[in-house]
Design a protein around this ligand. Structure first.
Ligand code: 7TS
Length: 407
């Protein structure tokens, strides 16, 4: 069966508009994806009919809101193939999920002289929390190097592992280059020295089949807004046995069993990590985003996006002055590039004038850009609703822009 691209595009109202008098081509999906009608309708329906605070009300609306909220937790559990829904914690996003681990697991288990390993490919949100922790604790941050294609040097990673390694925190798929890391190998090697592993799944979860039990990662962080869901919402998956050893993140309502002025006892997971009223409406709507992806099927999504990436590479490689950045063998649908002699921002503005939305700059990966000797790149990132004709528009646009400089 051919991929039902037109049917899928119809589900995304925002795509059907003109920008600067040109039909919108949205290629900024690694920053955030657009939302299907079902997600938008769920948000509207929640505030029209169901709005109530959860977990503590005796009335019908509170009961309904709680049920829908917990339905999403179960949907996420199945989506990641976690063992139980208690291992799914709702956060504000990948950034908060990583910070939660740094503040709780990190503060408790990482001491002076201990080591944390990350990679050169990391987003700032998987660098800075660990630097802050290392500074506080006198721990050591080690970085896995990469080759010029943007792939980590696995043998170098093995050399960095020691009995002092307490945590390995790596990106599953790079936002700046698209590289898919060999995470299963990384996890197994880290476990062999007794280290825990956190995967930054911000970019992988919308493209790749995820099975946290098979991967055996201890934590996975993700953002709903990169998965066709609402902004300001994310998930931290953690193994029960690890989460149970961790102190709470924030103190407040919901995360307690009993409070007296002398002593407080904490709630069970996942509630121990969900202090205060959560983002109820967005959590409820997130279920529809996952259902949307699950119905199409991740393997069909990946095949479609791979074909877009291959087509884009094919068309753009014949453009004079086109310099691809990040040529790893295993990639998600991210195409980073530069045009010889042009600043990435200027290319982005010129593409925008043609209705084509891309991102330019360092993509919150400044150390990676430094390693590559670049100030930044132009990044086109493709999603399930993008089409081959949009890739042709990108290639045509880039070709026109490149001709100005590279005659
Ligand atoms: N990790 C990776 C790999 C990311 O791509 C991002 C966001 C984050 C963490 C942080 O996610 P947040 O939802 O908490 O902000 N990446 C991008 C990007 O590539 N362009 O804009 C945001």
């Amino acid at each position: 069966m051919s991929f039902p691209i037109e049917q899928i595009r119809q589900m995304f109202p925002v795509l059907h508009q003109e920008v600067h008098g040109k039909p919108l081509v949205y290629f900024d999906n690694a920053a955030t994806t657009q939302k299907p009608q079902s997600v938008i309708q769920s948000l509207e329906g929640y505030y029209l009919h169901d709005n109530a605070n959860i977990h503590r009300g005796a009335h019908a609306l509170a009961d309904r809101a709680t049920r829908y909220f917990e339905d999403t937790r179960e949907t996420v559990q199945k989506f990641l193939n976690a063992k139980e829904s208690a291992e799914i914690i709702f956060t504000k996003g990948t950034t908060e999920s990583i910070n939660l681990v740094a503040y709780t697991f990190g503060r408790k288990f990482i001491q002076t002289g201990d080591e944390i390993i990350i990679s050169t490919l990391e987003h700032h949100s998987n660098i800075v929390p660990w630097q802050m922790l290392c500074e506080e604790k006198g721990a050591i941050l080690k970085v896995i190097p990469i080759n010029d294609a943007g792939e980590i040097l696995y043998e170098e990673f093995e050399k960095l592992l020691t009995s002092k390694t307490k945590l390995v925190s790596v990106v599953h798929a790079s936002n700046a280059l698209g590289t898919i890391n060999p995470v299963k190998k990384i996890i197994d090697a880290a476990h062999a020295v007794g280290a825990k592993v956190l995967l930054d799944g911000a970019q992988s979860t919308s493209h790749l089949e995820i099975d946290v039990q098979e991967l055996d990662c201890d934590f996975m962080a993700l953002s709903a807004h990169k998965l066709y869901g609402p902004t300001g919402l994310g998930v931290l998956y953690g193994k029960r046995e690890v989460l149970e050893t961790m102190p709470p993140f924030q103190g407040g309502g919901e995360m307690i069993k009993e409070v007296t002025f002398e002593k407080t006892t904490y709630n069970d997971i996942p509630f121990k990590f969900e202090a205060g009223t959560p983002n109820i409406g967005d959590v409820i709507a997130f279920k529809y985003a996952i259902d949307f992806l699950t119905e199409i099927g991740k393997s069909a999504v990946k095949a479609h996006e791979d074909s877009l990436l291959t087509y884009a590479n094919e068309l753009l490689s014949s453009v004079k002055g086109f310099i691809p950045v990040g040529t790893a063998k295993e990639k998600v649908s991210v195409l980073s590039f530069n045009i010889n002699g042009m600043h990435p921002f200027d290319v982005g503005v010129m593409l925008d004038a043609k209705g084509i939305a891309v991102r330019t700059g360092h993509h919150c990966t400044q150390p990676l850009m430094k390693r590559l000797g670049l100030e930044g790149t132009v990044r086109a990132s493709f999603a399930v609703y993008n089409s081959k004709s949009e890739i042709e528009k990108l290639a045509e646009g880039v070709s026109q822009i490149a001709r100005i400089k590279n005659k």
